[in-house]
Design a protein around this ligand. Structure first.
Ligand code: PLP
Length: 398
């Protein structure tokens, strides 16, 4: 450490007490490392770190010990070689698509019912950059195969559990199809979370999360992450060094802390959602419930097989004869379930997909996907289920 003890008060005020090398202790929990830069024994040392020949840090846009701790935790829980963290789920999706070779003149085959911003990213931004987009029902494997064959797509993109219709994708079968046609399979695993499902273990090439949701879990941070192979991690890392959509140390720390209770929260989310879905399915004002845990769900058996008898905390339902106005009155009458534009938090949350998550779609596009104006999405929180049910009961009377 360079000494500054003999310098002026002004200089000491800037430097005093700083840059004590890591001591001989290991903190139990990863601290928030907020430094942008680092000091080295010599410039040759820095050179070696830059080259990857010596372990170390270079610059906050490249890496950071707190961010790395979060990435390593995700890689572990997703049974992947590595992970790369992002400033949001959308940044993660964008980077993943670029890293596997989506560029002008290429094609993407994507599930029709994906999160609204993902739909718009593909349908507006990438299409405007001369990327061909074919949207398919990923539960129809003949349709997927024809699309892959006809477009020579570089990517097949799907959500393991879709937003907001809760369709379950057969990821092992889609991986086989994608690889047969030399495409990469990218899976948005946000709704399932690593607790329910590990796409990489089923031969997907990347598992993407909006870590804003179940992974962080408390509605207080925006984050994204991609779990993948070492080879793909290198591509994502090099890309992010240039683009810089990195996750900050504080957000990484929040996400890492969220992970610790993921299994406990998910257990309660799953239990509550199962009970709420069963209750709604019997309610006279409810026309339809989408939840993979219900035996009448078209992919119930598949969900059973892939998720091991747990079906997640998300569900959606249609209120009989309701349009936007009736759904809005229902949402305003709720007290425990909060109308909020997010999901996966400890709080129960409701959302009107037609005017929120899928607002960027035209009415025709929503109709094509199957999102009606009477559809409500519910993210079951970890509250006592009887309080959620009585809240829903009260609001359905309005
Ligand atoms: N994927 C899914 C399934 C989502 O629901 C969302 C956001 O709601 C995203 C991705 C985008 O994540 P973020 O808001 O963190 O950018």
């Amino acid at each position: 450490m360079k000494t500054i003890s003999k310098k002026s008060f002004q200089t000491r005020a800037v430097h005093a007490g700083e840059r004590v090398p890591p001591a001989d202790f290991t903190p139990v929990t990863t601290p928030i490392w907020t430094t942008v830069g680092y000091l080295y024994e010599s410039m040759d040392d820095l050179d070696a770190v830059f080259d990857g020949n010596k372990r170390g840090q270079v610059y906050l846009r490249y890496s950071n010990p707190t961010v790395e701790a979060f990435e390593n935790a995700i890689a572990d829980l997703e049974v992947a070689d590595a992970a790369q963290a992002y400033s949001s789920g959308m940044a993660a999706i964008h980077a993943a698509l670029l890293a596997v070779g989506v560029k002008a003149g290429t094609a993407v085959v994507a599930a029709l019912d994906v999160y609204g911003a993902t739909f718009s990213l593909l349908n507006s931004l990438f299409k405007s950059m001369d990327v061909t987009l074919r949207m398919v029902d990923v539960t129809n494997h003949d349709e997927v195969e024809s699309a892959l064959k006809e477009t020579h797509a570089v990517v097949l993109y799907a959500e393991s559990i879709s937003n907001p219709l809760l369709k379950v994708a057969d990821i092992p079968a889609l991986a086989e199809l994608a690889h047969r046609y030399s495409a990469s399979l990218l899976v948005d695993n946000t709704f399932a979370s690593p607790y329910l499902f590990n796409p990489i273990a089923h031969r997907a090439d990347m598992s993407i999360h909006s870590a804003t949701k179940y992974i962080s879990g408390h509605g207080d941070t925006l984050a994204g992450v991609v779990a993948t192979s070492n080879e793909n991690k290198k591509k994502l890392f090099e890309l992010n060094k240039l683009v810089g959509s990195v996750l900050g140390p504080f957000e990484s720390w929040l996400a890492l802390r969220g992970l610790k209770t993921l299994p406990l929260r998910m257990k309660q989310h799953c239990q509550n959602a199962q009970q709420v879905a069963g209750w709604l399915a019997k309610h006279s004002r409810v026309a339809k419930v989408n939840y993979p845990g219900l035996v009448e769900h078209p992919q119930h058996a598949l969900a059973d097989k892939l998720f091991g008898g747990r079906y997640g905390g998300m569900l959606s339902f249609e209120i009989k004869g309701a349009g936007k106005a009736e759904v809005y009155r229902f949402m305003e009458a709720l007290n425990v379930c909060l109308p909020a534009t997010t999901l996966g938090d400890v709080y129960s949350l409701v959302l009107h997909p037609a005017t929120s998550s899928h607002r960027s779609l035209t009415a025709e596009q929503r109709a094509q996907v199957g999102i009606s104006d009477g559809l409500v999405r519910l993210s079951a929180g970890i509250e006592a289920v009887e309080d959620i049910l009585s809240d829903l009961e009260g609001a359905l009377k309005v």
